[in-house]
Design a protein around this ligand. Sequence first.
Ligand code: PBG
Length: 323
Amino acid sequence: MSFPITRLRRLRSTEALRSMIRETSLSVSDFVYPLFVVHGNKVKEEIKSMPGQYRMSVDVLVEECRKIYDMGIPSVMLFGIPEYKDALGTESYSDNGIVQQAIRELSSKVPGLLVVADVCLCEYTDHGHCGVIEHNDVNNDKTLDLLTKQSVSYAKAGVGMIAPSDMMDGRVEAIRQALDNNGFSNIPIMAYSAKYASGFYGPFREAADSAPQFGDRRSYQMDPANSNEAMREIELDIVEGADIIMVKPALSYLDIIRRAKDEFNLPIAAYNVSGEYSMVKAAAANGWIDGDRVMMESLLSIKRAGADIIISYFAPEVAALLK
Ligand code: PBG
């Protein structure tokens, strides 16, 4: 039936009708909140390119996590900024590393909160790349060994979930085996499976002081032009033992999220990355857009595309709005 019998505006005429036929909704339990942790005491420094986000010392982090857990956000993801960097990123697997300290404190002081730790070397290496450098490139297989050490060290500290973001081939299998061999077979892996070499990570690299000192990440992160390859990456991670797969960034890759949703039946996470956050903040600060409205609309689009989990710096603001 077509017009005038069919009039789609009929069901849009009141909020009651609109809410009845709404197909997608955001819930506070969809969210993971990413946080940056630094050494020291009472440190809370704002990240210039990410208004409203901070680098925090562990004591401040614990308070922040209490607050957001009370708001209903079930999970945080930790990124560490070490005191010293070296060629192999050795602080990443030191049992006294900054993320290890944060994990221990959070598991005793905010019980119930799911603490996810990003596994990667770029924050810990003096060259800023995600692995061991040889002949001006990242050596895949030598990097695996360091990633497994970092993962096991986080597991010993009491981490809830491991999230490898390095994009080395074979890392999910290597990490799964290392966790299992060390008695951590119950710790899930959320794999950054389709992680693109993206300009949208710009503000994060300032936040974590992790910009590569030479070259770029195109020899390990994915080409933004590719979609079939993303399905191969995801398939391999599933075979290697990933429990949750991730697409990153989110907003320029909604097609990849939807394809992953249609082709695989694992839970899908999407990372609404730093640049996606900062662009909304900058435009809103200029009065060019309604920041809250654009925030909710873009997060809803990520959910509608098929994401089950959204990793976003907006998490606390969304929680406040949903209340
Ligand atoms: C580490 C890592 C990055 C992000 C998450 N983990 C940076 C990168 O790959 O350069 C980016 C997150 C964001 O932009 O919010 N490899």
